[in-house]
Design a protein around this ligand. Structure first.
Ligand code: SF4
Length: 389
């Protein structure tokens, strides 16, 4: 089963911490709505060109509109794209169809129209329930607008609503982060993603830190907030199923799980990545080049790689450790490798330290293990996965 990702590269404004490929009206250099029109025509062409290859005609389990800010599009534009995808791909009737939504771009009516268009999951970029945090992050919405947006989403008929929250803001206290989490669960989302504020080179925030305008939170406080997050959300009925992701029962994000399971996916739009069997490729991160190529009926590729068995195995280990664990039986069948036997010493050590557990053939990190996930991944990847011992 496959997944489809559509990257909509427009934002009303570029947030200081963001390094996703997106452009704001001020940068577009032409009337923004004309650029959106030209982009949508190119995106439709990309979908058609890809679908010409019968290799990609696998049943589609999830569709994800990400960005950028896909909720900036008109619901009729989203509907048109979904109709086009349904012509070219075999979309399952119960497919999970997610729209990343910025609370500053929608109202109840627009959300209703998205629901009617076929969206059945909303991933809402709330980030914080404090206006001063939102101003610092240069978000375009206030906390009360975000709360209203959640209520509007429920009123519009959405029953699967996920929140994105950011912790480890400069000077953020444990008490304030706790209050954020409390306000989040009061709104009864089905899923919460909590990301530590990352300093991505090239962003405005990165430059502000370099020039000492902003002092980032220290690593110990970051770890404390993360540990608190895990304890708080798991004690309020959420299951942690990945380093940053927590879900109520039956509400894990199927789209992300497909990424982490190495399922096939096609990405459309500038900067979008695709993965199919043992190939990965990615599009240009430039909307002008993207449109120009597709106007000539050329796929707008920027690069690609063939993944060797060793690389695939490394990724399966890395992705498994970060999410729902490594299924050793699955690895045995896929790679003809017995990682359980080969790594018995490190596996026993991690279990003894309470950092991991075995459930049948599945080796999964515990909450304590997720706290040091990067170190554990490193120790696993230091093992030579390239040759059968
Ligand atoms: S709205 Fe989202 S995608 Fe757009 S700039 Fe802000 S964080 Fe980045």
């Amino acid at each position: 089963m496959a997944s489809l990702y559509l990257h909509i590269p427009f934002c009303e404004h570029k947030c200081i911490y963001c390094d996703f490929y997106s452009i704001a009206p001020a940068e577009s250099g032409e009337t923004h709505h004309l650029l959106i029109e030209r982009f949508l025509a190119a995106l439709e062409m990309e979908i058609q060109l890809r679908a010409e290859d019968k290799r990609f005609h696998e049943s589609v389990e999830t569709i994800f509109f990400g960005g950028g800010t896909p909720s900036l599009l008109h619901p009729s534009e989203i509907e048109k794209l979904l109709n086009l995808l349904a012509i070219y791909f075999s979309i399952q009737t119960n497919a999970e169809i997610t729209l990343e939504t910025n609370p500053g771009t929608v109202d109840k009516q627009k959300l209703k129209a998205f629901r009617s268009a076929g969206i059945n999951r909303i991933s809402m970029g709330i980030q914080s329930f404090y206006d001063d945090d939102l101003r610092f992050l240069t978000r375009i919405h206030t906390a009360s607008e975000a709360k209203q947006c959640v209520l509007d989403a429920y009123a519009a008929g959405f029953t699967n609503v996920s929140f994105d929250l950011i912790f480890s803001l400069p000077n953020q206290s444990l008490r304030r982060w706790e209050s954020n989490l409390k306000q989040a669960i009061e709104l009864q989302p089905t899923h919460i993603s909590c990301y530590s504020l990352i300093l991505e080179p090239g962003t405005q925030l990165f430059n502000m830190v370099q020039s000492k305008q902003v002092i980032p939170l220290d690593a110990d406080s970051d770890a404390e907030l993360y540990e608190f997050t895990i304890n708080f959300l798991t004690s309020h009925g959420f299951e942690q199923y990945e380093v940053s992701n927590f879900a109520k029962q039956n509400y894990k994000c199927r789209h992300n799980i497909n990424y982490w399971n190495h399922s096939n996916y096609l990405g459309f739009g500038p900067s979008a990545h695709s993965f199919w069997e043992n190939e990965r490729w990615w599009n240009v991160s430039n909307i002008t080049a993207y449109i120009e190529q597709l106007n000539k009926r050329i796929l707008p590729l920027s690069g690609g790689e063939h993944l060797s068995e060793t690389k695939l195995l490394e990724e399966a280990v890395f992705l498994g450790l970060r999410s729902e664990g490594i299924d050793f039986e699955n690895i045995r069948q896929r790679f003809v490798r017995d990682l359980l036997k080969e790594n018995s010493i490190i596996i026993s050590e991690l279990i003894q330290k309470g950092l991991a557990r075995m459930e049948g053939e599945r080796f999964q990190l515990t909450a304590k293990g997720y706290l040091v996930c990067d170190e554990i991944c490193q120790s696993f990847l230091l093992i030579d996965l390239s040759e059968t011992p």
